[in-house]
Design a protein around this ligand. Sequence first.
Ligand code: FES
Length: 67
Amino acid sequence: MPNLIISKCVCREMPFTRLLPLARQRGWSLVDLIRETGCGGGCGLCRPYLVRMLATGETVFHDLIVE
Ligand code: FES
């Protein structure tokens, strides 16, 4: 899928570039991040990207990730 860019939680209008430093500073797991920001707790489509962001530090994705 060319030109695919996934870089935020659409439901909360929250870019991963803002979420990553928050998560790193506060030591959040995915569950913590969802609880504290609501990101990932709406439609849930960003959740696999949040998982990868927490694991790798990536904030922009060009592939579809399905859990
Ligand atoms: S895009 Fe993040 S919960 Fe819907």
